[in-house]
Design a protein around this ligand. Sequence first.
Ligand code: COA
Ligand code: AMP
Length: 634
Amino acid sequence: MSDYHETYARWKADPEAFWAAAAAEIDWDTPWDKVFDPEGGVYGHWFAGATCNTCHNAIDRHVAGGRADQTALIYDSPITGRKRRFSFAELKAEIVALAAVLRERGVEKGDRVVIYMPMVPEAVVSMLACARIGAVHSVVFGGFAAKELAARLDDARPKLVVSASCGIEPGRVVAYKPLLDKAIEMAGSKPQHCIVLQRDEQTCDLVAGRDSDYRAAVEAAKAAGTTVDCVPVAATDPLYVLYTSGTTGRPKGVVRDNGGHMVMLKWTMWNAYGIRPGEVFWAASDVGWVVGHSYIVYAPLLHGCTTVLFEGKPVGTPDAGVFWRVIAEHGVAALFTAPTAFRAIKKEDPQGRLIGDYDLSRFRTLFLAGERADPETVRWAEQRLGVPVVDHWWQTETGAPISHNPVGLGLLPVKHGSPGVPMPGYDIRILDDAGHPVEPGALGNVVISLPLPPGCLPTLWHADERFREAYLAEFPGHYKTADAGFLDEDGYLFIMARTDDIINVAGHRLSTGGMEEVVAEHPDVAECAVVGIADPMKGQVPCGFVVLNAGVARDMAEIEREIVQMVRERIGPVAAFKLVVPVDRLPKTRSGKILRATMQKIADKEAWTMPATIDDPAILDEITATLNQRGIGI
Ligand code: COA
Ligand code: AMP
């Protein structure tokens, strides 16, 4: 029997008592005045008046409480052939030393630090060192290009950047430092200092007066024996800002506070993930994404678990058995990744033969999120691994799962295609476009009744109004998830699509609007529209329809290459923008709105109806013919 229904009902009956009980698991420097203060912030604040420190709860309390010698972090990097383990005590020493380095360079509570790093232990250390001194970190995913980094520098206005000489992708070394230098050159807001980790694979030049060598600075701080205590911060103070794609090229700075975040993450580790302190948890994501923030770094450490930092890919580093090797070697109890990783493995090893080469006896559960888990992939994983496969739904904004099949509370019957049931904290409603509730089974806008639970974004960085407009204005009293879906008769949620221009490419959230802004800058392009079309491995990939300026007589293949290169240079390789389709005209409504959704349906060979407001129906035939010529939508 699952405790889910009883637990959800208990939360609903008294949310404040529920979260106050969960908060007892956290060390507070001073207690809260109010569990929830409806007057604070944009829609209220959790644990108002309390002070705490996230690094203390993730590290120091375990060192003091008997876990000093337990492994906190396993760095496993098949791409470089390196492995390293850090006990909680060793990790603390690294964090304290880097915190001293940050302090020496004038970083204090409330200052921002941008972290632009590959999947190395120093990225985790940097995040926790910021948390220790109350500085606000903003991690930027390494697959983003200089312009995206510059946009984040301008919004976060960091005093300091921590970076590395390079990242390593299969078959190539990605020099990070030139991207960082270019971003700083482009940004209006320049950091005063950069601390750069020199990696053996490729070192870089340091700018005199601005850059310091990470290792040298940390070693000097260790030699000096500088101690840096955890700084108490308000529970409502920001721990980090994580930028995510918005509906334009301008990213949204999702703010995470300290107190509510700890309470929610700690609660999920047993109740949602069924993990006990001391066990090994592995989120095969990247610290640049929210999954990495929450489930590589903060949640496992807050819970006293060992976390795995994996620098590699599910295939090709060296083969499709690497996930099983890591699970067996480190005794992983639960793996969390995106379905795309499993599609990649399944493609290379359809029978799952490599699984048999490893001892997976300690492995209990596979968690999938980041994109819709297609039932075929879920079934394949269930059959080959013989463990429950749990699809759960969440967003950068929430920082933890919104709906889940909760393992610790007791699994409910599985429905393939559904990411489970609403978690405590989430009163999920399905509304039509006019804001009226729809019947069970009917598709609509997935919204969450306010207030959002602890750990969700209280606002966007220095942009309360944008937060209200983007999330709260359309359905008063509710948070708009911008996902469309339905709740069935049993209360299971199904997430079907986004209602905005966000697409999901290999579990990465990207804005097609942002890509359009770049494509439109090509001198030969008169007009463009980027849509996400289905891809068997990545879920979706972007497809750019372009109308060229009259009289352009250049080689089209060359123009296509230039456009692809522009997106790669401005947004980054992670956009996976490789498909440009030249068309004579774009289909529009009579009021001039481009019919992107219809073009996507044609490309994906889905049923579509002629929009009543279309200006010229013949254009859709032209689009169909052009796509078909390229083998798309047939
Ligand atoms: N730094 C620099 N470049 C990066 C990068 C990084 N940190 N991460 C990805 N890239 C590059 C890749 O090298 C690739 O470049 P290419 O066009 O030259 O090949 C491009 O960005 C696209 O990367 P990716 O989406 O990772 O595709 P892939 O083809 O390299 O790998 C998968 C496909 C499925 C193996 C991969 O996406 C994966 O492991 N996904 C796991 C899911 C995941 O981590 N999701 C995060 C949320 S849970
Ligand atoms: P991100 O903020 O990058 O985590 O992306 C969040 C978006 O990814 C959600 O709004 C959904 O569109 C999609 N998503 C995440 N997890 C799931 C899931 N389990 N099922 C369906 N869609 C998901």
